[in-house]
Design a protein around this ligand. Structure first.
Ligand SMILES: [Zn+2]
Length: 260
């Protein structure tokens, strides 16, 4: 695997010394990515298992945010990012929980999802048909695209970000969240960090590498936001999340990028 920035191999060094040692750091752009991506068939199987019906309904999957986090995202987006008349696309919509939540709140939200099993679940259980490809979406169609815990999964980072840039209207916004490799857990656990051990996590970003790749795909005004959704209800979680944000060790990177 070469770095998506196109830097030569001599710019790549091993990232972790323990645990997952498959990750390389690109000294040129700061990107950390798996040396060996799982093949298409292996990835298909991983996603198929993640979206088996009992995993979704039992909330045992690590693949999706829980209901509480989805409402937290929807609350943030609808008050801070989205205007009432905007068309929204949730890229990597999973089983469609955010699409359903935003539609329920009266917003025009579509979803795109790679995994067939997730699209089938969404249609059968939520009644929304998610897109399987974006080729037919006209240039500049959406005002907002959301990518929640998705960018770290992309097998083709640059072309995917360019495609999202294409379907965004001028002045449109891309909202991205991803696990932060400079967060508290990542720093302590290194190659044993939960997010590094997930085989479908292909990239681990920090702020500069995230900004670099968004700008490379054509985005401007990459703004890092201090927001991370609370995964569960309860004051302990709120205090923990706020404290980590305050000292810059939050486990979530959150970015708002704009198209000029
Ligand atoms: Zn690079």
């Amino acid at each position: 695997m070469n770095c998506p920035c196109g830097a030569p191999d001599n710019q790549l060094v091993q990232y972790f010394r323990t645990g997952e040692i498959d990750f390389r750091l690109c000294k040129s752009c700061g990107c950390v990515f798996r040396k060996q991506f799982p093949g298409p068939e292996e990835l298909d199987e991983i996603y198929r298992q993640a979206y088996e019906e009992e995993n979704i309904s039992g909330e045992t999957t690590n693949q999706e945010s829980g209901d509480y986090a989805v409402r937290s995202f929807a609350g943030y987006l609808t008050t801070q990012v989205v205007n009432p008349a905007d068309r929204i696309l949730d890229y990597g919509a999973g089983s469609g929980s955010l699409v359903a939540e935003l539609c329920h709140r009266g917003f025009a939200c579509d979803g795109f999802e790679f995994a067939q099993s997730a699209r089938e679940y969404c249609l059968a259980n939520r009644g929304y048909s998610l897109k399987a490809e974006l080729k037919t979406v006209p240039d500049g169609y959406y005002q907002v695209v959301t990518m929640i815990e998705v960018i770290e999964h992309l097998t083709d980072l640059t072309s995917t970000l360019q495609e999202i840039h294409r379907i965004l209207a001028p002045g449109g916004k891309l909202f991205v969240t991803t696990p932060s490799r400079t967060g508290f857990r990542a720093r302590i656990e290194k190659g044993n960090w939960r997010e590094a051990r997930k085989k479908f996590h292909l990239f681990l970003f920090d702020r500069p590498s995230m900004s670099f790749h968004l700008k490379r795909a054509g985005f401007t005004g990459v703004e890092h936001i201090v927001f991370s959704p609370f995964q569960k209800q309860g004051w302990k979680f709120v205090i923990y999340a706020r404290m980590m944000q305050a000292i810059g060790l939050s486990g979530t990177l959150c970015v708002l990028a704009s198209k000029q």
